[in-house]
Design a protein around this ligand. Structure first.
Ligand code: FES
Length: 102
């Protein structure tokens, strides 16, 4: 199991905060005051969501505009047909912990 951590104050509504480990890159954001975490890998072509936009709880990939529900990981439109990985988030005081099971 891997845990990635940051401070709650670093997570902003409508903005992406990226956390890195050796094997994973994770996007964090806040939507309707809920903190969400998903892998920074688009299921269409393996690209990062860096530079993507957030629309109504969805991340839109900047490469070919596939859209994913950030809470469920569900792919919502072409060209993506596979969902993206999402991760549970724990809050301990002011600390945010993303839990990645191996
Ligand atoms: S790499 Fe994301 S839509 Fe193509």
């Amino acid at each position: 199991m891997i845990e990635l951590r940051c401070q709650k104050s670093e997570i902003k509504e409508g903005k992406i905060k990226t956390l890195f480990s050796r094997d994973f890159q994770v996007c964090l954001t806040s939507f309707n005051s809920e903190i969400l975490a998903f892998e920074d890998v688009c299921s269409h072509d393996g690209e990062s969501f860096d530079g993507g936009t957030i629309e109504n709880g969805c991340i839109v990939c900047p490469r070919h505009m596939a859209k994913f529900d950030m809470k469920t990981g569900k792919a919502l439109c072409m060209p993506a047909v596979e969902d993206i990985n999402i991760f549970p988030v724990k809050t301990v005081g002011e600390e945010i912990i993303v839990v990645i099971e191996d």
